[in-house]
Each structure stands twice: as C-alpha cells, then as structure tokens.
Design a protein around this ligand. Structure first.
Ligand code: 6PG
Length: 468
C-alpha cells in the first residue's frame, strides 16, 4: 500500500462497494477500501489499475490511518448488526470530527440510535441511502444523505462528483438532520414497490385479455417509455420481455416463478405510514401482493377450487390507450402517497425536508427515476408547504383526463377476474381522498353505540354521546 493520504474510505467491497470506489476514483478522488476478504481486496486493487487512486486492505488500522482528516468513511455492508460491528471496529482508530456514512438500507430508528451514540464520541454519522443498484454505483447513483449539516460539506464534493446527473445537476443533496436520508430512501423503496406492482398488473391485463405476445408487450412498453411514462422501470420492462431463456425454450420472463421476495423496505414504509396516520394504499397493496405471491402452494389449490370468469376480450388499441392512461394515473397517485408520507414524517421527526429537492435527486440514478419527477419537483418548488400533489393545479387536469380510462380498465379487470389491486387501490384512494363526505359517520355511530366512544356533529361544536 502506498503512503498516500486517501480522500475517501469505504468498508465492504461487495459489488456495490467495489463499483462505488471505482466511480469515486474516476472523479479524481483517491480511495481506500477495507474488507476482511482478501480476494475482494485483490480484485479491487486490480480493477484500480496503475492510477494510484485506488487501494485496499484487510487491516482496519492500516485503512483508517491511510485516510486524510477529517476521515470520510462509507459503510456499504448489509443493514443490521454488521453496521454496528463495522462501526465498533473503526471506533478505536478514529479521531474527533471524523465522519462515518452508512450507505445501506438501514431502518431509520437504527440510524438515529447510531447517530446519537457516535455524537457522544465526537464522530459525525450519516445515513445515506444509495439507489441505482450495481450499475448505478459504478456510473452514478442517486444519493440521499442525512446527518450533521456542517459535516456534510466535507463529503459534498465527493458525493456530487460521483452521483448521477440530471441535465448536469447532481442527484444528491443534504436532506436533513438525523435519519432523514435513510427515511427518504425507505419511502423511495416503498414507491418502487408500488410502481413495480402497477406495471405487473398492466402486463397481466394486456397479456390475458388482448393476448399480447412478448414482442408486442416489449414494443408497447418501449413506446410508453418515449412518452410521459418515461422511467427506468418502464424501460427495463421493455427489455425484460425480449430476453431469451438460455436454460429452456422461449423467453425468460415466462419461466420465472411468480413468487416475489422482499428485503423489508416496502413493508417498513407501510408500517411507518400507519404510525404517522398517512394513507399509502398503493404501497400497502404492493407489499401484500408480494406476500400473496409467496403463498404459491395454497394459491394453486385455491385456483382448482374456484372458477373465474373468462377474460373479456377487448379491442387492442382501445385497451392499450386505457392501460397507458391508467398507468400514468396510478404512478402519479403512488408518488403522491409516498411524498405525502415524507411531508408528514418531516414534521413529526424534524427532518426539515424540501420535497422539491427530494423529487429532484430522484430524477436520475435511482430505481424510481421518471420524467414525472421533474414535474413533481417543479410543483413542490412553486408551492412550498404542499403536502399532496393531487392538490396542485398542475396535476388536476392530467389526473382528471385519465380518470375515465382508469375506471374502464379497473372494471374490465373485475369483469375478467384479473386482480388489479394496485390500480384499483390507487383509484379508490383517489375517490376517497377527493370525497367531501365519506360514510365514516356510520362508523362513528357504531363506535358510540357499542362502546360509548362519542362522536362529533356536523352542525354543532363539541363531543356527543347518545344512549342508542
Ligand atoms: C435501490 C433498490 C435497492 C433494493 C432492491 C431490492 O434503490 O437501488 O431499492 O435498495 O434493495 O430494489 O429490494 P427488495 O428485495 O425489497 O425488492
């Protein structure tokens, strides 16, 4: 290892860490990596070439002393105990003012705990969500950092250089104190779950009721990706339909088991939205659908017990138009719900989030990047304090115009026995959110009837109870 003082340190040389180091080095910073696995250390040094910008070691003391002060050390290790272990191994070697950045999908309360613990020792701790997968890490991810604002200035040049760029603007910004970064990344993933579920439903309805081939599905998604639905998820969906299977006949997508796994970030988004009292049903149902998908054995048996209607065959061009409008509508609703959750979390947890900036750093690099986010960012910048984009005049016309198609498509799914829970939940959320009067007066009456829980009236102030 050379005697150079390195600008940046990274612990965990898995594919994300390896790639992120090469990305940072491409941007003219020197980087040292740490991993206990000698093979990973060797592979990184080899990938770094002769430039002297990259080195790596298995020895924590050597690693820490090779870094310039204040040390900027990023952890890219799996969320959970390993983060605490990595922190403990670094601590004896660190000085006051050094900075540790957790780049994993850590649960936000763990980030708060770690930040408080390290603050007592004079170490600045950042939770910084990184989105974009292995390719994003190498070519430019979206980075969502939260922590101490002054300390962020030390890491800002590195993150701005290594992040994805949208029309030249870096897809990273200081988001807020404490766990603001991890929280924003968690909700990013919740939205990701929602968008993926919606896309799979459109695939189902087009395949089952219009008999679209994989070639036609690919062409459809490709065409949509050139319009207002332009997004990473739509782009890769078009690619997926074209991939041949190299083990069996046909296209790979048809031979993949319909059981979706999950690591937990979508579920955390839903759970915390409930704690905050903010409805995010398009995300909730996406989590539930992964759970239903996992019950494959019982689903197969239930499929034999119950009959379902024959899919209603529809005119292709009309259905395609409705599908595009329904997808656009439900994408808007899903972003609206996730961002509404962020607005509430910002107040409840003191994150001081700027939602326009959040939408801005999601415009490139991350999994939910989409043309829509540019509109969303502008909307929030024009209306600071806005909580739900469905209330913004810029979205009213777009949403209103799509509604007849959404209603037609959801009814088509119901008549054909095709589950469209993401689309229908987005629609019913919208119908409820935009209803001046809901039937929940009856629920209040029931609560008061069986439990004397009291109710309020529409015509008088105060709390009432009736002897029913
Ligand atoms: C990203 C992704 C990533 C996530 C995977 C898998 O932003 O790069 O969100 O962080 O871990 O998408 O998530 P699930 O296994 O829960 O689907």
């Amino acid at each position: 290892m050379s005697k150079l003082m390195y600008d940046f340190g990274l612990v965990g040389l898995g594919v994300m860490g390896h790639n992120f180091i090469l990305n940072v080095a491409d941007n003219d910073f020197t980087v040292c990596g740490l991993d206990l696995d000698e093979e990973k250390v060797r592979s990184l040094i080899e990938a770094g070439g002769d430039s002297q910008k990259v080195t790596a070691t298995t020895e924590v003391g050597t690693f820490v002393t090779s870094l310039s002060s204040p040390r900027k050390i990023m952890l890219l290790v799996p969320a959970g105990d390993l983060v605490d272990k990595a922190i403990e191994s670094l601590l004896p070697h660190l000085d006051q003012g050094d900075i540790i950045i957790d780049g994993g999908n850590s649960f936000f309360t763990n980030t708060d705990r770690r930040e408080a613990y390290l603050k007592e020792k004079g170490i600045n701790f950042f939770g910084a969500g990184v989105s974009g997968g292995a390719e994003g890490a190498r070519k430019g991810p979206s980075i969502m950092p939260g922590g101490n604002k002054e300390a962020y200035e030390y890491i800002r040049p590195i993150f701005e250089a290594a992040s994805a760029k949208f029309k030249g603007e870096p897809c990273v910004t200081y988001l807020g104190p404490k766990s603001a970064g991890n929280y924003v990344k968690m909700v990013h993933n919740g939205i990701e779950y929602g968008l993926m579920q919606l896309t799979s439903e459109i695939y189902d309805v087009l395949k089952k009721t219009c008999d679209l081939s994989n070639d036609e599905l690919s062409a459809t998604f490709d065409q949509w990706n050139k319009g207002r639905l332009q997004s990473f998820l739509i782009e890769i969906t078009a690619e997926i339909f074209m991939k041949d299977d190299n083990i069996a006949e046909g296209r790979l997508v048809d031979n993949i088991l319909d059981k979706a796994r999950q690591k937990g970030t979508g579920k955390w988004t839903s759970q915390n939205a409930m704690d905050l009292g903010i409805p995010v049903p398009s995300i909730d149902i996406a989590v539930s659908m992964r759970e239903i998908s996992a019950l494959k054995d019982i689903r197969l048996k239930a499929d034999e017990i119950y009959s379902r209607p024959e899919p209603v065959v529809r005119d292709k061009s009309e259905l395609l138009k409705q599908a595009e409008e329904a997808l656009y509508f439900s994408f808007i609703v899903t972003y609206a719900q996730g961002l509404h959750q962020l607005a509430e979390a910002s107040e409840s947890y003191g994150y001081e989030l700027n939602l326009s900036e959040v939408a801005k750093i999601w415009r490139a690099g991350c999994i939910i990047r989409a043309a829509l986010l540019d509109d969303i960012s502008t909307t929030f910048s024009e209306a600071p304090g806005l909580k739900n984009i469905l209330m913004a005049t810029s979205f009213v016309t777009k949403v209103q115009a799509a509604l007849p198609s959404v209603r037609a498509l959801v009814s088509h799914g119901v008549k054909s026995g095709i589950p469209l829970p993401g689309l229908s939940n987005s629609l019913t959320y919208f119908d409820a959110f935009t209803s001046g009067r809901l039937p929940l007066n009856l629920i209040q009456a029931q609560r008061d009837h069986f439990g004397s829980h009291t109710y309020e009236r529409i015509d008088q102030e105060g709390i009432f109870h009736t002897d029913w």
